[in-house]
Design a binder for this molecule. Structure first.
Ligand SMILES: [Zn+2]
Ligand SMILES: [Zn+2]
Length: 449
């Protein structure tokens, strides 16, 4: 029998508020440049490293604020031209062109046609990766707000680079990674497999949502196509000659529905019938369903998959059909939020007048899934959610509108500032990386049991 660690590796290998009341604090955050010197004055005992880090943060925040018009144009262009997974050519060209003009060393088509890597190097030290996403959803455009993720990734990177350039010391390396196909693709998994994270120490991004949650629960997720094959026959004259693949699909769906009562509340399984037969007067010979099997860890998803497979196979047995299972290769791992790194982010957000509640309602903390989860198994990572002034769910047409509206901008820039400040903490205080990596090792052990 495989150990839980081995099962986790098998899984990874197979995978190849809502309101405007925050605006008051946003106005205060715009005054960060005035807040920080006061902060330094009050905290006289801070070390010179901390003082240096605070002035670097001030530079980063001012840079982001000064460039807000151009940054908004980037996300507007991406929003107006939504491109689906692995086809984000215009977004790729737009972002790489912008970063080249900003004198980053850019590698276009980094391992994938629509991925990129942009580097700014300032001596040997920690390597921080800021992640951009820019893919859209079919029919409803940027309903997940990835245009804003691209904008804030570039914004944070401009801020970090400006601070590194003006620092008296050589602090380390900034990598901006453009990662395509987050929606049902797993571009980051392709990039992990190609070695794109092998020289990265930490990775960070932030995601627009209807609420502020710094430590969301993003579930591990495996997707399967279930295919039943029966035998066609005239549905009225000789139905006993047929084997009904639609009956198999219905029994499968019902079996999964019954199984839900015995599932942990932290797990999810949901699906649709994508092919229910061709004609009402023909016993269906081929049907297909698609299911998503999700859980808090990859180990739990492996356990739930076994139970789901029993339901899939039982439906075939009951109807005399055959069943084929086709698991999508890029399965998503759960998000492992690095606690040291996210604590720094929360502290920095507080300095911007923006407070996170780490003990939120569990039903709100549980989200969908992201390929950033796979990154979080490879390098210490964070993936906080930030409210963009709405209470509507992602993947809706209203969210698309909000993600393209001017109202989302202050929230996006604030998240960019908090990310940049966090990166500068790690770059300017090298001792932090040891703590971050210790957390990372402990988290991997916890998640594999
Ligand atoms: Zn999404
Ligand atoms: Zn998304």
């Amino acid at each position: 029998m495989l150990s839980s660690v081995a099962r986790m590796h098998t899984f990874l290998k197979d995978s190849g508020l809502r309101n405007f009341r925050h605006l008051g604090s946003l106005k205060r955050s715009d005054k960060l440049c005035h807040v920080l010197p006061t902060f330094l004055y009050i905290n006289k005992s801070y070390t010179s490293a901390m003082a240096d880090s605070s002035s670097l943060k001030q530079i980063a925040c001012s840079t982001i604020e000064n460039r807000k018009e151009e940054l908004n144009q980037l996300s507007q262009k991406i929003w107006c031209n939504p491109e689906l997974k692995y086809e984000e050519h215009q977004a790729h060209d737009l972002l790489t062109g912008f970063l080249e003009k900003e004198r980053f060393k850019v590698e276009r088509n980094h391992h994938l046609p629509t991925a990129f890597k942009a580097i700014y190097e300032s001596g040997l030290g920690v390597t921080v990766a800021v992640i951009c996403e820019y893919d859209a959803l079919p029919e409803i455009g940027h309903a997940c707000g990835h245009n804003l993720i691209a904008e804030l990734g570039v914004a944070a990177s401009l801020g970090i680079k400006a601070a590194l350039e003006q620092s008296n010391s050589k602090l380390g390396k900034l990598v901006v990674l453009g990662t395509p196909a987050e929606e049902m693709g797993g571009g980051k998994i392709d990039l992990i497999n190609a070695g794109a994270f092998s020289d990265i120490d930490i990775a960070m991004m932030a995601h627009p949502k209807a609420f502020d949650i710094s430590r969301p629960i993003a579930l591990a997720n495996a997707i399967v196509t279930v295919r039943y094959r029966g035998r066609p026959a005239h549905a009225s004259s000789l139905p006993w000659m047929g084997l009904n693949a639609l009956d198999a699909a219905v029994m499968c769906y019902q079996g999964i529905a019954c199984m839900r009562q015995q599932m942990k509340p932290t797990c999810r399984i949901h699906g649709i019938i994508t092919n229910g037969g061709a004609a009402a007067n023909v016993i269906p010979e081929l049907t297909e369903l698609e299911f998503m099997v999700r859980g808090p860890t990859v180990v739990e998803v492996e356990e739930l998959k076994k139970k789901a497979i029993q339901c899939f196979e039982a439906a075939a047995t009951m109807t005399g059909c055959t069943v084929e299972l086709e698991w999508v290769p890029n399965a998503y791992a759960n998000m492992v939020t690095n606690s040291t790194l996210i604590s720094l982010y929360e502290e920095n957000a507080s300095k911007l007048g923006w407070h996170h509640h780490t003990e939120g309602k569990p039903e709100l903390k549980t989200s969908g899934s992201t390929d950033m989860g796979n990154v979080s198994y490879v390098v210490p990572s964070i993936h906080p959610f930030f409210n963009i002034g709405t209470d509507v769910s992602n993947h809706s047409r209203v969210f698309t509108e909000v993600a393209g509206s001017p109202g989302a901008q202050p929230y996006t820039l604030r998240a960019a500032k908090a990310l940049a400040m966090t990166a500068l903490d790690v770059l300017s205080q090298p001792q932090l990386i040891n703590r971050i990596k210790e957390d990372f090792q402990k988290d991997l052990e916890t998640n594999s049991s």
